[in-house]
Ligand binder design. Structure first.
Ligand code: AVI
Length: 356
Protein backbone atom coordinates (compact mmCIF):
# COMPACT_ATOMS: atom_id res chain seq x y z
CA UNK A 1 0.00 0.00 0.00
CA UNK A 2 1.39 3.42 -0.79
CA UNK A 3 -0.19 6.84 -0.72
CA UNK A 4 0.52 10.11 1.07
CA UNK A 5 -0.56 8.96 4.56
CA UNK A 6 0.66 5.40 4.57
CA UNK A 7 3.99 3.80 4.05
CA UNK A 8 4.89 0.18 3.80
CA UNK A 9 7.63 -1.07 6.08
CA UNK A 10 10.22 -3.78 5.81
CA UNK A 11 8.09 -6.04 8.00
CA UNK A 12 5.34 -5.79 5.41
CA UNK A 13 2.99 -3.87 7.72
CA UNK A 14 1.25 -0.68 6.70
CA UNK A 15 0.24 1.52 9.63
CA UNK A 16 -0.72 5.22 9.73
CA UNK A 17 2.42 7.27 10.39
CA UNK A 18 0.87 9.00 13.48
CA UNK A 19 0.23 5.70 15.22
CA UNK A 20 3.80 4.61 14.70
CA UNK A 21 5.47 7.83 15.70
CA UNK A 22 6.25 7.15 19.38
CA UNK A 23 7.36 3.60 18.58
CA UNK A 24 9.57 5.00 15.85
CA UNK A 25 11.04 7.62 18.20
CA UNK A 26 11.95 4.99 20.77
CA UNK A 27 13.52 2.73 18.20
CA UNK A 28 15.39 5.70 16.70
CA UNK A 29 16.98 6.37 20.11
CA UNK A 30 17.86 2.68 20.53
CA UNK A 31 19.33 2.57 17.00
CA UNK A 32 21.34 5.69 17.68
CA UNK A 33 22.82 4.26 20.90
CA UNK A 34 23.69 1.01 19.13
CA UNK A 35 25.30 2.93 16.26
CA UNK A 36 27.48 5.04 18.57
CA UNK A 37 28.58 1.95 20.53
CA UNK A 38 29.50 0.16 17.26
CA UNK A 39 31.34 3.25 16.04
CA UNK A 40 33.34 3.50 19.32
CA UNK A 41 34.25 -0.18 19.19
CA UNK A 42 35.38 -0.01 15.55
CA UNK A 43 37.37 3.22 16.02
CA UNK A 44 39.18 1.77 19.05
CA UNK A 45 40.05 -1.40 17.16
CA UNK A 46 40.99 0.17 13.83
CA UNK A 47 43.16 2.98 15.21
CA UNK A 48 45.15 0.29 17.03
CA UNK A 49 46.02 -1.41 13.72
CA UNK A 50 49.20 -0.85 11.74
CA UNK A 51 48.70 1.12 9.58
CA UNK A 52 45.93 2.93 11.42
CA UNK A 53 42.58 2.64 9.70
CA UNK A 54 38.98 3.83 9.86
CA UNK A 55 36.17 2.09 8.00
CA UNK A 56 34.86 3.98 4.99
CA UNK A 57 31.23 3.31 5.94
CA UNK A 58 31.68 5.90 8.72
CA UNK A 59 32.27 8.63 6.12
CA UNK A 60 28.48 8.78 5.61
CA UNK A 61 26.92 10.69 8.47
CA UNK A 62 24.45 13.41 7.41
CA UNK A 63 27.20 15.89 6.50
CA UNK A 64 29.34 13.19 4.89
CA UNK A 65 26.40 12.06 2.75
CA UNK A 66 25.84 15.66 1.61
CA UNK A 67 29.53 16.07 0.84
CA UNK A 68 29.44 12.84 -1.15
CA UNK A 69 26.51 14.17 -3.14
CA UNK A 70 28.54 17.30 -3.84
CA UNK A 71 31.45 15.09 -4.98
CA UNK A 72 29.09 13.43 -7.46
CA UNK A 73 28.50 16.83 -9.06
CA UNK A 74 32.19 17.72 -9.37
CA UNK A 75 33.48 17.90 -12.93
CA UNK A 76 36.44 15.70 -11.96
CA UNK A 77 34.34 12.88 -10.47
CA UNK A 78 32.53 11.35 -13.41
CA UNK A 79 31.16 8.07 -12.01
CA UNK A 80 27.67 9.36 -11.22
CA UNK A 81 27.04 11.21 -14.46
CA UNK A 82 28.50 8.45 -16.64
CA UNK A 83 26.36 5.84 -14.92
CA UNK A 84 23.21 7.95 -15.16
CA UNK A 85 23.73 8.41 -18.88
CA UNK A 86 24.28 4.70 -19.39
CA UNK A 87 21.16 3.95 -17.33
CA UNK A 88 19.05 6.45 -19.25
CA UNK A 89 20.21 4.94 -22.52
CA UNK A 90 19.84 1.29 -21.54
CA UNK A 91 17.16 1.07 -18.83
CA UNK A 92 14.42 0.16 -21.37
CA UNK A 93 16.61 -2.74 -22.53
CA UNK A 94 17.21 -3.90 -18.95
CA UNK A 95 13.45 -3.86 -18.35
CA UNK A 96 12.73 -5.70 -21.59
CA UNK A 97 15.31 -8.39 -20.79
CA UNK A 98 14.14 -8.84 -17.20
CA UNK A 99 10.41 -8.69 -17.87
CA UNK A 100 9.48 -10.40 -21.13
CA UNK A 101 5.74 -10.05 -20.36
CA UNK A 102 3.90 -6.84 -19.63
CA UNK A 103 2.30 -8.44 -16.55
CA UNK A 104 5.72 -9.29 -15.05
CA UNK A 105 6.20 -7.26 -11.84
CA UNK A 106 9.90 -7.32 -10.94
CA UNK A 107 11.25 -6.91 -7.43
CA UNK A 108 13.99 -4.30 -7.78
CA UNK A 109 16.41 -4.06 -4.85
CA UNK A 110 18.99 -1.31 -4.67
CA UNK A 111 21.97 -1.77 -2.36
CA UNK A 112 23.07 1.71 -1.30
CA UNK A 113 20.32 3.84 -2.80
CA UNK A 114 21.87 7.28 -2.18
CA UNK A 115 19.24 9.84 -3.06
CA UNK A 116 17.36 7.45 -5.38
CA UNK A 117 18.26 9.30 -8.56
CA UNK A 118 19.46 6.12 -10.28
CA UNK A 119 16.72 3.68 -9.40
CA UNK A 120 14.18 6.26 -10.51
CA UNK A 121 15.54 5.93 -14.06
CA UNK A 122 14.75 2.19 -14.03
CA UNK A 123 11.38 2.81 -12.38
CA UNK A 124 10.51 5.26 -15.13
CA UNK A 125 11.57 2.76 -17.79
CA UNK A 126 9.26 0.25 -16.11
CA UNK A 127 6.45 2.78 -16.23
CA UNK A 128 7.22 3.61 -19.87
CA UNK A 129 6.80 -0.04 -20.79
CA UNK A 130 3.42 -0.23 -19.01
CA UNK A 131 4.70 -2.47 -16.20
CA UNK A 132 4.36 -2.29 -12.44
CA UNK A 133 7.00 -3.23 -9.91
CA UNK A 134 8.11 -3.42 -6.30
CA UNK A 135 11.15 -1.51 -5.09
CA UNK A 136 13.19 -2.24 -1.94
CA UNK A 137 15.81 0.31 -0.93
CA UNK A 138 18.71 -0.63 1.32
CA UNK A 139 20.95 1.95 2.93
CA UNK A 140 22.49 2.52 6.35
CA UNK A 141 21.78 6.23 6.07
CA UNK A 142 18.26 7.25 7.16
CA UNK A 143 18.65 10.50 5.20
CA UNK A 144 19.40 8.52 2.03
CA UNK A 145 16.34 6.33 2.54
CA UNK A 146 14.07 9.30 3.17
CA UNK A 147 15.36 11.13 0.13
CA UNK A 148 15.02 8.07 -2.11
CA UNK A 149 11.50 7.45 -0.90
CA UNK A 150 10.71 11.08 -1.76
CA UNK A 151 12.32 10.76 -5.19
CA UNK A 152 10.26 7.65 -5.94
CA UNK A 153 7.15 8.94 -4.16
CA UNK A 154 5.61 10.50 -7.25
CA UNK A 155 5.57 7.19 -9.13
CA UNK A 156 2.28 5.37 -8.68
CA UNK A 157 3.12 2.16 -10.51
CA UNK A 158 5.62 0.97 -7.91
CA UNK A 159 5.48 0.20 -4.18
CA UNK A 160 8.50 1.22 -2.12
CA UNK A 161 9.95 -0.34 1.06
CA UNK A 162 13.04 1.00 2.82
CA UNK A 163 15.47 -1.08 4.89
CA UNK A 164 17.89 0.81 7.11
CA UNK A 165 20.35 -2.04 7.18
CA UNK A 166 23.72 -3.21 5.97
CA UNK A 167 23.67 -4.61 2.43
CA UNK A 168 23.72 -8.23 3.60
CA UNK A 169 20.90 -7.95 6.13
CA UNK A 170 18.80 -5.69 3.89
CA UNK A 171 19.21 -8.02 0.94
CA UNK A 172 18.03 -10.97 3.02
CA UNK A 173 15.01 -9.01 4.19
CA UNK A 174 14.18 -7.81 0.67
CA UNK A 175 14.60 -11.29 -0.84
CA UNK A 176 12.04 -12.62 1.65
CA UNK A 177 9.49 -10.51 -0.25
CA UNK A 178 10.12 -12.16 -3.60
CA UNK A 179 7.50 -14.32 -5.21
CA UNK A 180 8.06 -17.25 -7.51
CA UNK A 181 6.45 -15.71 -10.59
CA UNK A 182 8.43 -12.51 -10.81
CA UNK A 183 12.14 -11.88 -11.25
CA UNK A 184 14.37 -10.04 -8.85
CA UNK A 185 16.85 -7.44 -10.05
CA UNK A 186 19.56 -6.27 -7.65
CA UNK A 187 21.25 -2.94 -8.33
CA UNK A 188 24.77 -2.36 -7.06
CA UNK A 189 25.62 0.95 -8.68
CA UNK A 190 27.91 3.93 -8.32
CA UNK A 191 30.98 1.66 -8.20
CA UNK A 192 30.08 0.79 -4.61
CA UNK A 193 31.66 -2.60 -5.34
CA UNK A 194 34.97 -0.69 -5.59
CA UNK A 195 34.93 0.01 -1.86
CA UNK A 196 35.29 -3.73 -1.12
CA UNK A 197 38.71 -5.36 -1.34
CA UNK A 198 38.77 -8.16 -3.96
CA UNK A 199 38.10 -11.13 -1.63
CA UNK A 200 35.26 -9.21 0.05
CA UNK A 201 33.89 -8.14 -3.36
CA UNK A 202 33.85 -11.77 -4.46
CA UNK A 203 32.17 -12.88 -1.19
CA UNK A 204 29.64 -10.12 -1.57
CA UNK A 205 28.78 -11.09 -5.15
CA UNK A 206 28.43 -14.70 -3.95
CA UNK A 207 26.07 -13.52 -1.21
CA UNK A 208 24.00 -11.60 -3.78
CA UNK A 209 23.94 -14.67 -6.01
CA UNK A 210 22.79 -16.70 -3.00
CA UNK A 211 19.75 -14.46 -2.63
CA UNK A 212 18.80 -14.94 -6.30
CA UNK A 213 17.40 -17.76 -8.39
CA UNK A 214 18.39 -18.52 -12.00
CA UNK A 215 16.97 -15.85 -14.29
CA UNK A 216 17.27 -13.09 -11.67
CA UNK A 217 19.94 -10.49 -12.33
CA UNK A 218 22.45 -8.06 -10.92
CA UNK A 219 23.09 -4.68 -12.53
CA UNK A 220 26.60 -3.70 -11.51
CA UNK A 221 28.25 -0.31 -12.03
CA UNK A 222 32.05 -0.34 -11.85
CA UNK A 223 34.59 2.40 -12.36
CA UNK A 224 37.40 1.42 -14.72
CA UNK A 225 41.17 1.81 -14.51
CA UNK A 226 42.18 5.14 -16.05
CA UNK A 227 45.20 7.42 -16.15
CA UNK A 228 46.65 8.29 -12.74
CA UNK A 229 46.25 12.03 -13.24
CA UNK A 230 42.51 11.61 -13.89
CA UNK A 231 42.08 9.47 -10.78
CA UNK A 232 44.11 11.92 -8.72
CA UNK A 233 41.79 14.79 -9.69
CA UNK A 234 38.71 12.67 -9.00
CA UNK A 235 39.85 11.85 -5.46
CA UNK A 236 41.71 15.06 -4.60
CA UNK A 237 39.64 17.69 -6.35
CA UNK A 238 40.80 21.32 -6.69
CA UNK A 239 37.76 22.56 -4.70
CA UNK A 240 38.70 20.47 -1.69
CA UNK A 241 35.29 18.77 -1.42
CA UNK A 242 36.79 15.27 -1.24
CA UNK A 243 39.26 16.52 1.38
CA UNK A 244 36.32 17.82 3.44
CA UNK A 245 34.50 14.48 2.95
CA UNK A 246 37.54 12.62 4.28
CA UNK A 247 38.34 14.98 7.17
CA UNK A 248 34.68 14.99 8.22
CA UNK A 249 35.40 11.54 9.65
CA UNK A 250 37.48 13.29 12.31
CA UNK A 251 34.69 15.84 12.86
CA UNK A 252 32.36 12.90 13.40
CA UNK A 253 34.68 11.27 15.95
CA UNK A 254 35.00 14.60 17.78
CA UNK A 255 31.23 15.03 17.90
CA UNK A 256 30.00 11.49 18.51
CA UNK A 257 32.89 10.08 20.52
CA UNK A 258 34.06 13.22 22.29
CA UNK A 259 37.36 13.33 20.42
CA UNK A 260 39.78 16.25 20.23
CA UNK A 261 41.21 15.79 16.72
CA UNK A 262 42.72 19.09 15.50
CA UNK A 263 41.43 19.23 11.90
CA UNK A 264 44.26 21.51 10.80
CA UNK A 265 46.75 18.87 11.90
CA UNK A 266 45.55 16.25 9.39
CA UNK A 267 45.77 16.47 5.60
CA UNK A 268 43.72 14.61 3.00
CA UNK A 269 45.89 12.37 0.81
CA UNK A 270 44.74 10.37 -2.23
CA UNK A 271 47.14 7.80 -3.68
CA UNK A 272 46.82 5.62 -6.78
CA UNK A 273 48.12 2.18 -5.81
CA UNK A 274 48.88 0.71 -9.21
CA UNK A 275 49.82 -2.73 -7.93
CA UNK A 276 46.43 -3.20 -6.25
CA UNK A 277 44.45 -1.16 -8.80
CA UNK A 278 42.95 1.09 -6.15
CA UNK A 279 42.79 4.71 -5.12
CA UNK A 280 43.45 4.99 -1.40
CA UNK A 281 42.29 7.88 0.76
CA UNK A 282 44.30 8.67 3.87
CA UNK A 283 44.43 11.32 6.57
CA UNK A 284 48.04 12.28 7.22
CA UNK A 285 49.21 13.66 10.55
CA UNK A 286 51.12 16.91 9.95
CA UNK A 287 52.99 16.68 13.27
CA UNK A 288 53.76 14.38 16.19
CA UNK A 289 50.61 14.52 18.29
CA UNK A 290 48.36 12.74 20.76
CA UNK A 291 44.60 12.72 20.31
CA UNK A 292 42.14 11.94 23.08
CA UNK A 293 38.86 10.19 22.36
CA UNK A 294 36.66 10.64 25.43
CA UNK A 295 34.18 7.87 24.63
CA UNK A 296 37.03 5.34 24.75
CA UNK A 297 38.18 6.46 28.20
CA UNK A 298 37.29 3.11 29.75
CA UNK A 299 39.65 1.35 27.32
CA UNK A 300 43.38 1.48 26.73
CA UNK A 301 42.69 3.27 23.42
CA UNK A 302 41.52 6.61 24.87
CA UNK A 303 44.69 8.37 23.73
CA UNK A 304 46.04 7.76 20.25
CA UNK A 305 49.57 8.83 19.29
CA UNK A 306 50.49 9.93 15.77
CA UNK A 307 53.97 10.49 14.41
CA UNK A 308 54.44 13.27 11.84
CA UNK A 309 53.65 11.77 8.42
CA UNK A 310 51.72 8.83 9.86
CA UNK A 311 48.48 8.10 8.04
CA UNK A 312 45.00 6.81 8.81
CA UNK A 313 43.75 4.77 5.84
CA UNK A 314 40.08 5.67 5.40
CA UNK A 315 38.98 4.24 2.04
CA UNK A 316 39.96 2.11 -0.94
CA UNK A 317 38.30 2.53 -4.34
CA UNK A 318 39.21 -0.40 -6.54
CA UNK A 319 39.17 0.18 -10.29
CA UNK A 320 38.42 -2.57 -12.79
CA UNK A 321 39.10 -3.60 -16.36
CA UNK A 322 35.86 -4.56 -18.17
CA UNK A 323 37.04 -8.18 -18.36
CA UNK A 324 37.67 -8.19 -14.57
CA UNK A 325 33.98 -7.48 -13.99
CA UNK A 326 32.94 -10.30 -16.28
CA UNK A 327 35.41 -12.74 -14.65
CA UNK A 328 34.43 -11.74 -11.11
CA UNK A 329 30.75 -12.15 -11.98
CA UNK A 330 31.34 -15.52 -13.60
CA UNK A 331 33.24 -16.91 -10.64
CA UNK A 332 30.43 -15.74 -8.35
CA UNK A 333 27.78 -17.64 -10.32
CA UNK A 334 26.64 -15.11 -12.91
CA UNK A 335 26.91 -14.80 -16.65
CA UNK A 336 27.32 -11.43 -18.36
CA UNK A 337 24.29 -10.63 -20.48
CA UNK A 338 25.34 -7.13 -21.50
CA UNK A 339 28.15 -4.75 -20.72
CA UNK A 340 27.72 -1.09 -21.62
CA UNK A 341 30.82 1.08 -21.41
CA UNK A 342 31.34 4.84 -21.34
CA UNK A 343 34.81 4.89 -22.88
CA UNK A 344 35.33 8.57 -22.27
CA UNK A 345 34.59 8.49 -18.53
CA UNK A 346 35.95 4.96 -18.11
CA UNK A 347 32.89 3.36 -16.55
CA UNK A 348 31.10 0.04 -17.10
CA UNK A 349 27.52 -0.98 -16.42
CA UNK A 350 27.17 -4.76 -16.54
CA UNK A 351 23.99 -6.84 -16.50
CA UNK A 352 24.77 -10.20 -14.93
CA UNK A 353 22.26 -13.05 -14.94
CA UNK A 354 22.20 -15.63 -12.16
CA UNK A 355 23.36 -18.92 -13.69
CA UNK A 356 21.52 -22.17 -13.10
C1 AVI B 1 30.79 5.50 -2.80
N1 AVI B 1 32.08 5.22 -3.47
C2 AVI B 1 31.88 4.37 -4.62
C3 AVI B 1 32.87 6.43 -3.77
C4 AVI B 1 34.18 6.02 -4.48
O1 AVI B 1 34.43 6.55 -5.55
O2 AVI B 1 34.88 5.16 -3.96
C5 AVI B 1 33.21 7.20 -2.51
C6 AVI B 1 34.17 8.33 -2.74
N2 AVI B 1 35.30 8.50 -2.12
C7 AVI B 1 35.89 9.59 -2.57
N3 AVI B 1 35.18 10.11 -3.53
C8 AVI B 1 34.07 9.34 -3.65
Amino acid sequence: MKNDDWRSYADGSATPIDARQSVNQQSAVANRQRDVADFARDVARDLALTPKQLQSKYLYDALGSSLFEAICRLPWYRITRAEQQLLERHAPEVVARMCPHVETEPLIVELGCGSGEKIVILAEALQGSGRRGRVHLIDISPQALEQSERTLGRLRHISVVGHRETYEVGLRQAAAHRDADNPMLVLLLGSNIGNFDPPAAYDFLRAIRGALVPGDALLLGADLVKPEHTLQLAYDDPLGVTAAFNRNLLVRINRELDGDFDLDAFAHVAVWNREHQRVEMHLESLKDQRVRIGALSSSSHATVSFAKGERIWTESSYKYEPADVDAMGRSAGFVTTEQWIDEDAGFALTLLRAKA
